[in-house]
Write a protein that binds this ligand. Structure first.
Ligand code: FES
Length: 194
């Protein structure tokens, strides 16, 4: 009797194992490769821009597709063009023998000197041996600040890249002498900041 019960239990266990083996389970399908789906989703979520994406945002995360390389080349071409234009617009690019001169009165220094349109008010003053204030010489601080006493500074100078003065301050005559090229005769108070 004991043998029959043991045999039945063993048979039952075998049947359960066979049934489990052939059961369908959760039927969750795991795709072989989801990377393309992720990349496409990511590409959709990134807004379109007019400029070439940096490499780490390009589809493929580092591998630059041929078309992207081509597009970059084109963009570089456009940038180079823009840079050329910027260089052409800079008064410093005007050849010396073509540059017009203007009379600039430096009030505190007590002198009026000729300053060429391709020379900054700071450089011209330093050429006279005056110890004028400056720090960056790139229009990115206000150390070299001065004030044109005759009116809005941009009626008298062109700023080549100043990033610090507001429209109102320019309207009050303030100028950054390190990037200010004269376009008319003017009177300047050096060491003046807004
Ligand atoms: S020296 Fe910095 S803005 Fe002129």
């Amino acid at each position: 009797m004991v043998e029959v019960v043991g045999l039945s239990i063993g048979l039952l266990a075998v049947l359960v194992m066979v049934a489990l083996h052939f059961s369908p389970g959760t039927e969750r399908v795991i795709p072989d490769d989801i990377s393309q789906d992720i990349l496409e989703h990511r590409a959709e979520s990134v807004p379109e821009t007019d400029f070439p994406e940096p490499m780490n945002r390009s589809i493929g995360g580092g591998a630059v597709p041929g078309s992207a390389v081509g597009g970059g080349g084109e963009a570089e071409g456009e940038l180079a063009e823009g840079e050329d234009e910027e260089e052409e617009q800079s008064p410093s690019a005007i050849p010396d023998d073509e540059a017009e001169s203007f009379e600039v009165e430096y009030v505190k220094e007590g002198e009026t000197i000729e300053v060429k349109e391709n020379e900054t008010l700071l450089d011209a003053g330093e050429d006279e041996g005056w110890d004028l204030p400056y720090a960056c010489r790139q229009g990115q601080c206000v150390s070299c600040g001065g004030q044109v006493t005759d009116g809005p500074s941009e009626d008298y100078v062109t700023h080549d890249g100043q990033e610090m003065l507001s429209e109102d301050e320019l309207g009050d005559g303030y100028t950054l002498t390190c990037v200010a090229y004269p376009t008319a005769d003017l009177t300047l108070e050096t060491s003046e900041t807004p």
